[in-house]
Design a protein around this ligand. Structure first.
Ligand code: IVH
Length: 594
């Protein structure tokens, strides 16, 4: 990565004072982005831009030692309100690059430092785009989990990390004192689901899975953390007292014995050309992974050699990260469509000329809300650069202003519901605009579609188009109407013959036996997702038992708060919901009454 063009100009034209000012302003900028990135877990520029700033700063520092900057640390994620504890050994960062030649230079440096007699072997792993944590075990017992903090001491996030399933509390045959370093992440599927829910609730969406993981780790409500479905991979070793682990492969073996989640995909490389083969092999694997990765980490295999090389204040000399520059594809934003969700939130969706990006064809991307469009001044007809956030979710990274049509005008978010025409409303403190009409056909269709969806009652054969037709014909007004459908009504719709109609009726019949949590989830109770519905099922034998409970009882359940509890009961006690529940019971849907 090179020093930017503008800087070169300053270097050429100006004397040292000007360069020094520039250098200081760069340092200030980085400091500000460090704060957004580490402390607030909400960066305002892309990782790539952030890395470019840091690389430029480092290059200038090397080139002009007289500028004498403070030496660079590893950022600081510590928050007020968290207990702080020291790491047993410092938690360092990693040197990284987007430049292939720098990887080769790293390899040459290692071989040169170790001399010809030493056999150099690397282990290559995915660089997980999550949040670094340090797990401290003493006599095999997990005593504390810390964030990186300032590298020397971090915030205690033990309780939140304990929500991770399968994280062992005790390790058999473990060394006296042990530090394991890993990466906490939110699985990509969970990330997508949570963001859909945020949109649906009219709340701000999470920028990417890593920010969500970082924000979750720093959440004080364990119930909320549990909903975030955090996961962990252990990738390296800190202090290890009382046992010698001679190589990374030995380390992996120990991790398996301790039943800890470890980075299962790795490549080995002994020769320079094997490094690139390994990196490419890992790159090909990325799209199949359930977590975001942003590069490959090369590590020297033998601990003895790692020790010889040692570390700088900032990073070990025996490891290096090659980061993948985000793939950006240009396309044209043809139209901004508006989608009305089941709670009435109007979500703008960008529709593009289809393009291939990171292995899939993309023609739509959510623009989240009106404020986002306004802030970024995204317009219909714009040429845009698409990027995949967290590698699965396509997003507009940039508008190519130079290619904006002369006659373009800012997008005007409608004042009325695009489906039923009701004036849209915005609740105080919310970014979303909602259609307030409970009978808005878009909301009715979305509610029914949710009820039959795979994650709720799982009734096959009833897709978006069929539901929309059934609604338009007046056969469906709410979810209870589903159980009044007849073969004739179904066959009145396009492309539905006798056979398909019978199949659908069969699926409907079978769905009456679905477990309580599916029914609860299907009813679209505010604040109750799939996880919440499963928790409620554990506490109540049937829907009526839940209805008879007090808000206090509900609020005391794990994962539910006071607000969710009152919202949930208020929704279930609405006369319209009550009527639907009675009709479902009459139709034979189970788990409503004892
Ligand atoms: S090894 C002393 N392996 O990336 C550092 N780190 O940007 C040794 N990371 O600090 C770290 N995946 O938090 C290692 N497979 C992997 C990793 C990994 C992600 C993180 C780690 C590191 C950061 C640097």
């Amino acid at each position: 990565m090179a020093i930017r063009k503008e800087t070169l100009n300053i270097e050429k034209k100006a004397g040292e004072p000007k360069l020094k000012r520039y250098f200081q302003s760069l340092a200030k900028k980085i400091e500000e982005h460090d704060r957004h990135y580490y402390r607030e877990a909400a960066p305002i520029i892309s990782d790539f831009e952030y890395d470019c700033l840091k690389h430029e700063w480092r290059e200038l520092r090397q080139k002009y030692p007289s500028l004498r900057p403070e030496s660079e640390g590893v950022g600081d994620d510590r928050h007020e309100g968290f207990a702080r504890f020291p790491h047993l050994s410092p938690m360092l960062s990693l040197e990284n690059t987007y430049d292939r030649s720098e990887v080769d230079a790293f390899d040459r440096r290692i071989r040169h430092s170790l001399g010809e007699e030493e056999k150099v072997e690397y282990i290559l792993e995915h660089k997980i785009d999550g949040v670094a944590v340090n797990l401290i075990y003493e006599q095999g017992q997990l005593i504390r989990v810390l964030t990186r903090g300032n590298g020397f001491e971090g915030d205690d996030v033990t309780e939140n990390v304990r929500t991770i399933p399968d994280l062992p509390d005790f390790l058999e045959d473990a060394p006296e004192r042990l530090e394991l370093r890993g990466e906490v992440y939110v699985p990509l599927k969970v990330f997508e689901r949570l963001n859909r829910r945020q949109e649906e609730r009219g709340e701000a969406v999470f920028a990417n899975p890593r920010n969500l993981a970082a924000g979750s780790l720093k959440t004080k409500d364990v119930g909320v953390v549990r909903e975030r479905g955090l996961r962990l991979w252990i990738h390296s070793l800190g202090l290890c007292e009382g046992q010698e682990i001679p190589s990374l492969l030995d380390f992996f073996q120990e991790l398996q014995m301790w039943h800890l989640p470890w980075v299962e995909f790795f490549e080995r490389a002994c020769f320079p050309e094997e490094i690139w083969r390994g990196i490419e092999a890992l790159d090909r694997r990325r799209s199949g992974l359930d977590f975001a990765t942003d590069g490959v980490v090369l590590k020297l295999h033998e601990r003895r050699l790692q020790r010889i090389l040692g570390e700088t204040r900032h990073a070990p000399r025996w490891a290096f990260a090659y980061k993948f520059a985000p793939e950006r594809i240009e396309t044209r934003l043809e139209r901004i469509a508006l989608q009305v969700g089941r709670s009435g939130v109007v979500t703008p969706i960008a529709e593009f000329l289809p393009v291939w990006i990171a292995g899939t064809e993309v023609c739509r991307a959510t623009l989240h809300n009106a404020a986002e469009i306004g802030r970024r001044d995204i317009r219909e007809g714009d040429t845009v650069l698409l990027e995949k956030a967290g590698e699965v979710i396509p997003a507009i990274a940039e508008v190519v202003l130079a290619k904006r049509p002369k006659d373009s005008s800012p997008f005007v978010f409608p004042k009325n519901c695009p489906r039923c025409g009701s004036p849209l409303r915005q609740a105080a403190g919310e970014v979303a605009w909602r259609c307030p009409d409970e009978d808005c056909p878009a909301k009715v269709e979305a509610r029914i579609l949710h009820f039959v969806s795979r994650s709720a009652m799982h009734i096959e054969g009833l897709g978006e188009r069929l539901i929309s037709q059934l609604c338009r014909r007046g056969f469906l007004r709410n979810v209870a109407d589903l159980y009044d459908l007849s073969a004739e009504r179904l066959m009145a719709c396009e492309k539905i013959g006798q056979k398909s109609a019978e199949k659908i009726l069969n699926h409907l019949e079978r769905s009456k036996e679905q477990p309580l949590w599916r029914l609860l989830h299907g009813l679209g109770i505010p604040g109750i997702g799939e996880k919440g519905a499963r928790d409620l099922e554990k506490a109540f034998s049937c829907l009526n038992a839940l209805l008879a409970a007090s808000a206090e009882t509900l609020a005391a359940l794990p994962g539910l708060g006071e607000k969710t509890a009152t919202d949930c009961l208020a929704h279930l006690r609405l006369p319209s919901t009550q009527q639907i529940i009675r009709r479902l019971a009459t139709a034979g849907v189970r788990h409503i009454g004892e």
